[in-house]
Design a protein around this ligand. Structure first.
Ligand SMILES: Nc1ncnc2c1ncn2[C@@H]1O[C@H](COP(=O)(O)OP(=O)(O)OP(=O)(O)O)[C@@H](O)[C@H]1O
Ligand SMILES: [Mg+2]
Length: 257
């Protein structure tokens, strides 16, 4: 039996434009996310992926629709309830540099979520940081480094360690590997797959690259101009019906040839 961890229900998000008109970035998106799976949301630039992510992360309110998680519509949460919700859903961004305070050492960056929820004492930060660094295959001495003094791939491992600190149920990756070169991208994907096996984490993996997601995602949802146009199993992309998905796929097969 399937175990749905999150239900995204008919999300509409409109933005008011300067000329008085509105832009409908998400036009009725519904997705059931199964526990422990990796669900990819793919689509071209501007199709509304990040807008959907921001709705899921309660960074803005939808125009209409709901996101049910742990029995509640999390788009309606406010105050302390909204803050507590972030214990269970964490995010990894495309550019972790922008999300890190450059004056903080890695040990403090990765333990910050635990500090924010009063889940760790100052004395335990060192040991916890080492444990988290180990999980993401970084040397322990990275704890004392600053994020600017490392490679993009290493920084993204720090971002993943930080996302893991609270042992969330869901990690949302919005183009988390897109800025990395291909070989580094592969090692980060391997890391995410291993962590999922170990911890049963559910991933929402937002990406514009079908060639990448078809390698490891269980489900693929294709978005086009604010709508879901196709839902596929990761191992059955060839069954795609929608012309836009077929176009994405032909690019994948051209690459593989
Ligand atoms: N705050 C905003 N105000 C107005 N329009 C916005 C806002 N945020 C996003 N948009 C518009 O909504 C549409 C969807 O943007 P979104 O960032 O969700 O796309 P995306 O699929 O994540 O693209 P990319 O792959 O480039 O990250 C775009 O046309 C964008 O310009
Ligand atoms: Mg985006």
């Amino acid at each position: 039996m399937s175990d749905i961890i999150m239900q995204i229900q008919d999300i509409v998000k409109e933005f008011p434009l300067a000329d008085g008109s509105t832009l409908r970035a998400c036009n009725g998106i519904s997705i059931d996310v199964e526990r422990g799976e990796t669900l990819a949301i793919v689509g071209e630039s501007g199709c509304g992926k990040s807008t959907l992510v921001k709705t899921i992360m309660n960074m803005h309110a939808p125009t209409s629709g709901s996101v049910i998680f742990r029995g509640k519509d999390i788009t309606k949460l406010t105050g302390e309830e909204k803050r507590q919700n972030y214990r269970h859903i964490q995010m990894v961004f495309q550019d972790p540099t922008a999300a890190f305070n450059p004056k903080m050492k890695v040990r403090d960056i990765i333990c910050e979520p635990l500090r924010n929820f009063d889940l760790i004492s100052k004395a335990d930060v060192d040991a916890k940081a080492r444990e988290l660094l180990k999980m993401v295959d970084l040397p322990e001495d990275f704890a004392g480094r600053y994020p600017n003094n490392m490679s993009g791939g290493q920084r993204q491992r720090v971002a993943i360690a930080r996302a893991l600190a609270l042992e969330p149920e869901i990690i949302v990756c919005d183009e988390a590997t897109s800025a990395l070169d291909v070989s580094v991208q592969d090692t980060i994907i391997e890391l995410l797959v291993r962590l999922q096996k170990e911890k049963g984490i559910t991933y929402l993996f937002i990406c514009h690259d079908l060639a990448l997601v078809h390698l490891f995602c269980h489900k693929v949802v294709v978005m086009y101009k604010g709508e879901v146009v196709e839902r596929l199993n990761g191992d059955a992309l060839a069954e795609a019906q929608h012309p836009y998905t077929k176009q994405l796929l032909s690019a994948v097969y051209n690459l593989e040839r």
